[in-house]
Design a protein around this ligand. Structure first.
Ligand SMILES: [Zn+2]
Length: 294
């Protein structure tokens, strides 16, 4: 049966038989078969312009997280006003143009350690802050510029140090501010942010071999206790200028007749009735100072 007679192939009558007849079938030669396929460059990444980056939830979440992390990193907690200082920092303040020997730094660290160890034996508590490695700071003023009153020297040194609000500076300086050797020589000056000890005024010489009760270890202890708030005016044996007068061995006793710690042990609030662990209701007690670890 010819195709023309087959009704299923009726439509093939329209085919161009001539074209089919002249069609040439080709196949690759042996050489062409072994030729490697050309390596095409990878297609360019497809840009999905329909969905912008900000419409994708995952990158948006990551971006917000990054922004929050940057804000957190830029936020410095010490810029926020805080309560009273809660840790001590030991600083050696060197006038501009002067220098300190490494032995001096070690000696000051040793004296401060004697002080904190004694406080620990008296109270069973540690003070907060690392006093074993003092920070050495060169001031912007020379020793000559700082000579004169200790109030002015204290303020200028503390401004130079620019301590954090929560730090109480125990600042030791080889500086001499007094202009004459006659009259009272002011050894140290204290305030809310810290205390500055002018070693040149009181002739304290730090030593790496001193024992507890050495002039500097005693003075550092005395000033740390001032920094904690001792002695309040309401204390029964208070002198209204931050000291006590009931026991010459008390580390907060102020006077030329105070005991020599080499022969008489020093006391922290003798009788425990004035500034540490007393029972005077309504009168401040340094037992509550944040400068204690616990
Ligand atoms: Zn004092």
């Amino acid at each position: 049966m010819s195709t023309q007679e087959d009704p299923r192939h009726a439509s093939r009558a329209d085919l161009d038989d001539d074209f089919v007849a002249r069609a040439v079938f080709t196949e690759p030669s042996a050489a062409e078969r072994t030729r490697p396929f050309p390596v095409l460059p990878p297609p360019p990444p497809r840009l999905d312009v329909r969905r912008r980056w900000y419409r994708r939830p995952v990158p948006l979440v990551l971006l917000v997280a990054l922004a929050l992390a940057l804000v957190a990193a830029a936020w410095r907690p010490w810029d926020v006003p805080t309560g009273p200082p809660d840790h001590l920092v030991l600083i050696i303040a060197v006038p501009d143009g002067a220098d300190v020997h490494p032995d001096f730094v070690d000696a000051v660290a040793h004296e401060a350690e004697l002080s904190t160890l004694w406080l620990e034996t008296q109270t069973g508590r540690a003070v907060r802050g690392d006093l074993s490695s003092p920070r050495v700071v060169t001031l912007s003023m020379t020793a000559e510029e700082l000579r004169g009153g200790t109030v002015r020297a204290y303020e200028r040194i503390m401004a130079d140090l620019d301590l954090r609000d929560d730090a109480f500076g125990v600042v030791v300086s080889p500086l001499r501010t007094e202009t004459t050797w006659s009259g009272q020589q002011t050894c140290g000056r204290g305030g809310r942010a810290g205390v500055v000890l002018f070693l040149g005024n009181c002739n304290h010489t730090p030593s790496t071999t001193s024992a507890w009760g050495s002039p500097l270890s005693r003075t550092i202890t005395h000033e740390i206790l001032h920094g904690m708030g001792a002695v309040a005016d309401c204390a029964p044996h208070g002198t209204s200028d931050g000291h006590v007068d009931d026991d010459r061995a008390d580390v907060m006793y102020q006077g030329a007749d105070r005991v020599d710690p080499a022969t008489t042990p020093l006391a922290l609030d003798a009788g425990r009735d004035d500034y540490y662990g007393h029972n005077n209701i309504g009168c401040p007690d340094i037992v509550q100072s944040p400068l204690w670890v616990d």
